[in-house]
Design a protein around this ligand. Structure first.
Ligand SMILES: Cc1cc2nc3c(=O)[nH]c(=O)nc-3n(C[C@H](O)[C@H](O)[C@H](O)COP(=O)(O)OP(=O)(O)OC[C@H]3O[C@@H](n4cnc5c(N)ncnc54)[C@H](O)[C@@H]3O)c2cc1C
Ligand code: SF4
Ligand code: SF4
Length: 400
């Protein structure tokens, strides 16, 4: 078994690139609307005894975890946001990541920050931010798949320095696995802080293509997509090279009402049991239930006590203690307690139905929509919803 059959063929690959970092026989092809994992020579895999690709893969298997295991170790929880309105408005939620990054660089707690930067249209790469001015160019939340393999390369090329790495829980897990389980162990103490992002899902690039085709948007015309910002968490802005913009509400117009987030996402995200980033030192998300700042509030989970003072010392941030119940209210039990993945993993029948739905929703219904038959597609949407309802009942019967 290799990652190709175990993870990619089971639609669990998130294209983090960790496997390609430890084996030159694996290639991650993530570009434009393309997301593929390739094995250059399957014969090499058949003879391989190390299976390093599987060891580092964050999604090689999704286990059913109880709620305590799922949530992981939590030292404290806070609401926070930047007191600077320009930062607050310009960032995805409250601007915590920018303010915290600036603080730890100014105070020489680390030498640089490994995160992502925009390259072209949908494509991003990992980047070393070692200058405070450069931090202003850190992108806001990117909701489609990203190759994170460059983070290890940055660590290898700067092995005498100390870093904070910012990424999604699966990105962080892929780095933690690589540093713990491979010859790169010598780099382990170079990472002083793993900062994770609470993550409900990322969009599958193939699925995005369907939506873009529907709206007659060509990849070659796109400069970048801004999924968040300007104090509104649910607005997408497609910026074109000719400086025009296409601004849409995520659930409504763009995805034709039934294109809910759950249909566009990577299959792995439906089964993911790590939305709260157990391997991270600090985890940052949205404090949706806190209304103290209409422009956006962050919810911060601190997993190790040593980071508590470091965070609260920062005068540019507002802080207020929060409880675990606030995570549930902000994220729903689906992500806060892992209820979605637990129920899907417990019922193998779900996997088959979800796969069927993937195909059904993403290929058939949009085709009907492309032909402009909105009425028919809305009927199919109702049919789809009823299907999900029946599936829910079936699952309950099968669990018992
Ligand atoms: C794919 C995705 C799903 C999310 N789902 C949820 C959710 O369900 N619930 C919730 O509470 N919050 C979620 N968030 C987090 C939320 O959108 C904000 O990123 C977070 O609250 C930090 O807020 P901020 O204002 O400090 O962000 P920003 O200042 O905008 O900083 C975010 C930083 O994270 C890094 N980053 C952004 N996107 C990616 C990416 N795709 N891969 C790696 N690094 C990235 C960049 O360094 C960026 O500067 C999600 C974020 C992403 C990217
Ligand atoms: S390590 Fe990452 S890229 Fe490789 S198979 Fe696993 S999830 Fe996919
Ligand atoms: S939901 Fe899980 S698998 Fe999907 S992108 Fe987020 S952390 Fe990765």
């Amino acid at each position: 078994m290799n990652v190709y059959y175990n993870t990619y063929k089971n639609s669990n690959c998130i294209f983090c690139g960790a496997c390609a970092n430890v084996c030159s026989n694996v290639v991650v092809d993530l570009c434009g609307f393309n997301q593929k994992l390739k094995i250059l020579n399957m014969d090499i895999c058949k003879k391989c005894v190390n299976k390093r690709c599987l060891k580092v893969c964050p999604n090689s298997k999704f286990e059913v975890l109880n709620k305590k295991e799922y949530v992981g170790n939590i030292k404290s929880i806070y609401y926070s946001f930047s007191k600077n309105q320009i930062v607050n408005l310009g960032r995805s939620s409250g601007g915590f990541i920018y303010e915290f990054s600036k603080y730890i660089m100014e105070n020489n707690i680390i030498d640089g920050i490994i995160s992502i930067r925009h390259v072209n249209a949908l494509d991003y790469e990992t980047h070393l931010y070692n200058d405070i001015d450069d931090l202003k160019r850190m992108p806001t939340s990117v909701y489609h798949t990203i190759d994170f393999s460059g983070a290890l390369k940055i660590l290898k090329n700067n092995c005498e320095k100390k870093f904070m790495i910012i990424g999604l829980p699966c990105h962080i897990k892929s780095i933690v696995n690589t540093l713990k389980l491979t010859e790169y162990k010598y780099l382990e103490d170079r990472v002083k802080i793993f900062l994770g992002i609470i993550c409900g899902y990322t969009f599958n690039r193939n699925n995005l293509k369907i939506v873009f085709d529907k709206n007659k948007i060509r990849l070659s015309d796109i400069k970048e997509i801004k999924y968040r910002g300007n104090g509104n968490g649910r607005i997408n802005e497609i910026r074109f090279k000719n400086k025009e913009k296409f601004v849409v509400s995520r659930e409504k117009k763009f995805f034709n009402s039934f294109f809910s987030d759950q249909c566009l996402v990577n299959n792995s995200c439906l089964y993911c049991n790590n939305h709260l980033g157990r391997e991270c030192d600090i985890v940052v998300g949205d404090g949706w239930d806190n209304k103290e700042n209409i422009n956006g509030v962050n919810l911060i989970i601190i997993r190790k006590s040593e980071f508590e003072d470091m965070i609260k010392d920062n005068g540019s941030l507002f802080f207020k203690k929060a409880q675990f119940s606030n995570i549930i209210r902000s994220q729903s039990k689906k992500y806060a307690l892992g209820n979605l993945s637990r129920s899907l993993l417990k019922n193998k029948i779900d996997r088959k139905i979800i796969k069927f739905n993937d195909w059904y929703v993403m290929k058939i219904i949009p085709k009907l929509l492309f032909n402009g038959n909105i009425f028919l597609s809305e009927i199919l949407f109702v049919f789809f919803k009823v299907g999900f309802f029946i599936k829910k009942i079936l699952n309950k019967i099968i669990i018992r």
